[in-house]
Structures are given as C-alpha cells and as structure tokens.
Design a protein around this ligand. Structure first.
Ligand code: URA
Ligand code: SF4
Length: 205
C-alpha cells in the first residue's frame, strides 16, 4: 500500500490537494468522508504535522478545525508563533474510526504503521512544495513518521533536531493537543505544550 502513484511530480500545493482527493493508497479512503489535505500558506516557515483528521476535520475537509485545533491555535498564540507563517497537515490524510453503535459518535482509531507509511508520500510532497525551515511533529504518529519508529516523544520532546534527508531543515516533536485535552492535569500538560512551542518559536528568530 502506498500513495506514491497518486502523487503528481513537481506539483504545487493546489495540484497536490486536487490529486490527494482521489487517493486510494490505502483502505482508509473507503469509510472516511473526504481527504483532508494540509492547509496554510505555500511559503510557510513552519510546517506542523498532526496525526490524522478528527471527526470535525473529516466533515469539513480542513485540518485542525475541531477541539484539538482550537487548543493548538491558542498554544501557538501564547508561544508567539504567527499562525500566518504556519502550514498545518497530518501524517495520515483520511479519518480512521470505529462506529461503536448506531447513532453514536464516531471514535478515533490510531492509524497503523502501514497506513502511516502509505500516506507518507503526501507529506514528502508537502515538504517539497512548502520548503519549511522548521517542522513540528505533534504526537507519536507524526514523530515516528518523520523520525523513525524508535522515536520516543516522551523522552525527546522539545528538542531541536535535524530532519533526516533534508538539508538545513530542523524538526521538533511535542505532545499532541488531543493528549492535552485528555490529560488528568490539563493545565500542566498545556503549559508543557506551550513551553515546547516557545522553544520552537525562538529557533525561528
Ligand atoms: N488531530 C489531528 O492530529 N489532526 C487534525 O487535523 C485534527 C485533530
Ligand atoms: Fe491515500 Fe493517505 Fe488517504 Fe490512505 S490515508 S487513502 S494513503 S490519502
């Protein structure tokens, strides 16, 4: 399984977005509403990578527009990261979920390693098209997609690293905003996210 054959070569973001709408690189397109491609300026200095679209993103076709996105926006403002400089996307572009019972809310399921690897050509194409200085990985799925299966966010969060295979591009992993929303001590988890994002913002100056 791979998205590779669906990715047009040397395409700009609009061409990529149009092509991604028809991707069948793995089975996740079957049950999801639509492909949720990245969003933001093509000349963004920062590229943020989440896990996969959530329920609201799946319905609206835009990344980070639900509760996790609102928390991320707030944390970025506090960290001094200008949202106009940021392109946001996900490691996997279709929503993976289970339907527990009829009429119940769809429940997010973590994408498998196979699905993350299958979707990676879209992320590479976005990195090529945007050419960011800094990549921010939110949570383990994004971090493992770009930094390898052995990467541990809990141990290496907040560190500025070199992005493999891309000269001069830096990368930082931090926690996913959804994990902040689920944390027992939500305020502490939120402060930790803002601390990491602030360190990332300093790297841009
Ligand atoms: N969580 C993500 O990882 N990405 C989104 O777009 C929304 C929620
Ligand atoms: Fe293609 Fe990624 Fe969607 Fe799978 S999740 S169908 S690889 S866009």
């Amino acid at each position: 399984m791979t998205a590779q054959e669906f990715v047009p070569p040397d395409a700009d973001l609009e061409q990529l977005r149009a092509a991604a709408a028809g991707c069948r690189g793995c089975d996740l397109y079957r049950d999801a509403t639509q492909t949720v491609f990245g969003a933001g300026p093509g000349e963004a200095r920062v590229l943020v990578v989440g896990e996969q679209p959530g329920d609201q993103e799946d319905r609206r076709g835009e990344p980070f527009v639900g509760p996790a996105g609102r928390l991320l926006d707030k944390a970025m403002v506090e960290a001094g990261i200008d949202r106009d400089l940021v392109y946001v996307t996900n490691a996997v572009k279709h929503f993976k979920f289970t339907l527990p019972e009829r009429g119940k809310r769809r429940i997010h399921k973590t994408p498998s390693r196979t699905e993350v690897v299958a979707c990676r050509p879209w992320l590479d194409a976005e990195l090529d098209a945007v050419g960011p200085e800094l990549v921010l990985c939110l949570g383990a799925t994004a971090a493992k997609s770009l930094l390898g299966q052995g990467f541990r966010v809990t141990q290496e969060r907040g560190r500025l690293l070199a992005l493999p295979d891309r000269d001069g591009v830096r990368v930082m992993a931090t926690v996913h905003p959804s994990s902040v929303l689920r944390a027992r001590n939500r305020e502490e988890a939120y402060r930790g996210l803002v601390t990491d994002l602030t360190a990332a913002a300093h790297a841009l100056r």
